[in-house]
Design a protein around this ligand. Structure first.
Ligand SMILES: Nc1ncnc2c1ncn2[C@@H]1O[C@H](COP(=O)(O)OP(=O)(O)OP(=O)(O)O)[C@@H](O)[C@H]1O
Length: 475
C-alpha cells in the first residue's frame, strides 16, 4: 500500500524560484526512505509539501490514496498522521520546558490532561529525557534537542515521520542513537523518510532512495540500483558510497569476488578472497598439487589464534626445499553473538552469561540500554555501529554480547540472522537471558512474515569450518 504519493507536483516560491518541478513519487507504507540531493535540490520544499505546510501550485499530494485537504481540519488530520522534524531543532522547539514541548502536539489534539501526561512520560522514558524534562530546550545540546524534536512529533503517534537531515551536527555516537531510534520506529511499523547528503547513510540504511536535482526527481529505486549508476550520481553532484569505491578497487585487483554491491562492511568482508599463501619447508618427495597437513602454525595460525591450517595445496616448489602452499583454514574457536534484553537485567544472570559464553566484546545499543549498563557498572567497549562491529568481531573468533532493549532486541536478532543466512557463515547466535525465548519467538514470527527461513540456533561448538573447503576436499 502507498502511504504517500505525489502526482506532477510543482511549487515555486513567491520570488519565482521553482523549487519543485513535476515530481511524482509513490512511497510504500512501512519503508525506510532517503531523499538524496545536493544543497538546493528541493528536498526540504518537497517535505513541506508532503505535510501540507506548502500548497502546490500544480499537482496533488495523496495520503493513503486520498488527496489531502487544505482545510484546517484536513491539515490537522494530515499533521497528526505525517509528522515532520526540521533540520534545525530550534525552528521546532518552542515551549519553555522539554515536558511542555513534547506535550504541545497532543494538547493541540485536545487530549485529556491525564492522557497527555501519560504520552509525554512515555516519550521522556523512550528517549532517555526524564532527567531533562524541566529544562528549557535552548539549554540542551544539539543531540538532546534533536531527541526532544523527534519525541514531540512521535507524541502525536504519526504513521509517517519525515526528518530533514536528521543526523546533521550530531557526533557519531549521537547520530547512531538517532538511527537506532529510527530503525526501532520503522520496526514498529512507521514509515520513515529522511533527507540527506550523506550517500553512505542513504546507501546503507534505506529500503528505497529518491535522487533529486534542480527540483526534479532524477532517479528512484533500491539503494543498490540508484548508486550503481555512477554517472548519474556524479551529475547530481554527489559521490559514490565509500564502501562501493573501496570494493571496486579490491575487485580490480582480484582481491574480492566481482560483480557484487556490498552494502556494509560485513557484506564486503564476505566477498574478500580467502586465499592464504605461505612459504613452508617440505620434504624432498612432496610434489606440486599435493596436499601437506600443516597443523597449527605460528603467527596467524598460532595456538592463540582462531585458525588452524589444515591440508594445504602445494602451488610451487623451490630449489631450497621450500614450497608455496595455498592454505586451507579452519576456525578453531568459533565466534558467537549473544543478544541480551536490558529491560529484564538481572545481575546474577548477566554474570553467568558472560562467563558461560566467555564473552570478550560487549556493545550496547540504544539510549536506555547504554544508561542501564552504565548504572550497573558494565564496561562497554562499543557503543556505535554495534551490530556490524559484533558481526566483524565474531568473524574473527570473538565472543560478543549485544545489550539492547525494547523493539531493538528483535531488530538486532533479525539483522544477525539475516546476515548468517545470506553469508552462509556458521556463526553461532544466541538470544540470552530471561527474555530469550520471547525474543526467539518474536524474531521467528517476523521471519515467517517476511517469508525467510529461520536459521537454527546452534550451541557453542568447539570447531567450525570457515566456509572454505574442509579436509576431505584435498589429498
Ligand atoms: N523561502 C524561499 N524563498 C525563495 N527560494 C527559496 C526559499 N527556500 C528555498 N528556496 C529555494 O528553493 C530551492 C530548493 O531549496 P530546498 O531548501 O528545498 O533544497 P534542499 O534540497 O532542502 O537543500 P539543503 O540540502 O541545502 O537543505 C533552492 O533553490 C532554494 O534557494
Amino acid at each position: 500500500m502507498m502511504i504517500l504519493e505525489t502526482q506532477n507536483l510543482e511549487y515555486s516560491y513567491p520570488d519565482g524560484t521553482k523549487a519543485i518541478d513535476n515530481v511524482s513519487i509513490q512511497i510504500p507504507a512501512g519503508e525506510k526512505i532517503s531523499f538524496v540531493g545536493k544543497n538546493g535540490s528541493g528536498k526540504s520544499t518537497l517535505f513541506l509539501l508532503l505535510n501540507g505546510t506548502f500548497k502546490p501550485k500544480k499537482g496533488k499530494v495523496l495520503l493513503g490514496g486520498q488527496e489531502i485537504s487544505y482545510s484546517s481540519s484536513g491539515l490537522l488530520d494530515l499533521r497528526k498522521r505525517v509528522g515532520i522534524v526540521f533540520q534545525n531543532s530550534d525552528d521546532q522547539i518552542i515551549a519553555p520546558t522539554v515536558y511542555q514541548d513534547i506535550a504541545f502536539g497532543p494538547s493541540n489534539l485536545n487530549y485529556k490532561r491525564e492522557e497527555i501526561d501519560k504520552i509525554v512520560n512515555k516519550m521522556l522514558d523512550y528517549f532517555g529525557l526524564q532527567s531533562l524534562k524541566d529544562k528549557p530546550p535552548h539549554h540542551l545540546s544539539g543531540g538532546q534537542k534533536k531527541r526532544v524534536a523527534i519525541a514531540g512529533v512521535l507524541a502525536m503517534d504519526p504513521d509517517v515521520i519525515i526528518l530533514d537531515e536528521p543526523l546533521s551536527n550530531l557526533d557519531p555516537v549521537g547520530a547512531d542513537e538517532i538511527l537506532d531510534i529510527l530503525n526501532e520506529l520503522n520496526h514498529s511499523g512507521k514509515t520513515i523518510i529522511i533527507s540527506t547528503h550523506d550517500v553512505d547513510l542513504a546507501y546503507k540504511w534505506s529500503d528505497r532512495v529518491y535522487l533529486m536535482s534542480g527540483g526534479k526527481l532524477i532517479d528512484e529505486g533500491s539503494p543498490k540500483n540508484v548508486f550503481s549508476n555512477e554517472e548519474q550520481v556524479r551529475n547530481a553532484s554527489l559521490k559514490s558510497p565509500v564502501i562501493l569505491d573501496f570494493y571496486h578497487e579490491l575487485e580490480k585487483r582480484w582481491l574480492a569476488t566481482g560483480g557484487q554491491q556490498p552494502k556494509d562492511i560485513p557484506e564486503l568482508v564476505q566477498l574478500l578472497h580467502k586465499i592464504d599463501l605461505m612459504r613452508v619447508d617440505v620434504g624432498p618427495d612432496t610434489r606440486v598439487g599435493e596436499c601437506v597437513n600443516l597443523g597449527v602454525l605460528y603467527r596467524d595460525y598460532s595456538k592463540d589464534g582462531i585458525y588452524e591450517a589444515v591440508n594445504s595445496r602445494v602451488l610451487c616448489k623451490n630449489d631450497d626445499g621450500t614450497a608455496v602452499v595455498e592454505v586451507n583454514r579452519r576456525v578453531l574457536k568459533p565466534g558467537i553473538i549473544c543478544v541480551y534484553n536490558m529491560e529484564s537485567y538481572d545481575k546474577d544472570e548477566y554474570a553467568q552469561i558472560v562467563s558461560e559464553y566467555d564473552i570478550n566484546f560487549i556493545g550496547a545499543m540504544g539510549k536506555r540500554s547504554k544508561e542501564r549498563a552504565e548504572e550497573e557498572g558494565i564496561e562497554i567497549v562499543c557503543n556505535s555501529g554495534v551490530i556490524d562491529k559484533s558481526i566483524l568481531n565474531a568473524l574473527t573468533g570473538n565472543r560478543c554480547l549485544i545489550l539492547t532493549s525494547q523493539g531493538m532486541v528483535e531488530h538486532t536478532s533479525k539483522r544477525i540472522r539475516d546476515y548468517i543466512k545470506k553469508s552462509g557463515i556458521r556463526l553461532s547466535f544466541h538470544p540470552v537471558g530471561k527474555s530469550a525465548a520471547e525474543i526467539e519467538e518474536n524474531t521467528k514470527k517476523r521471519d515467517e512474515v517476511s517469508n525467510s527461513d529461520v536459521i537454527k540456533n546452534e550451541p557453542p561448538a568447539d570447531i567450525y569450518d570457515h566456509g572454505v573447503d574442509d579436509e576431505e576436499t584435498c589429498g
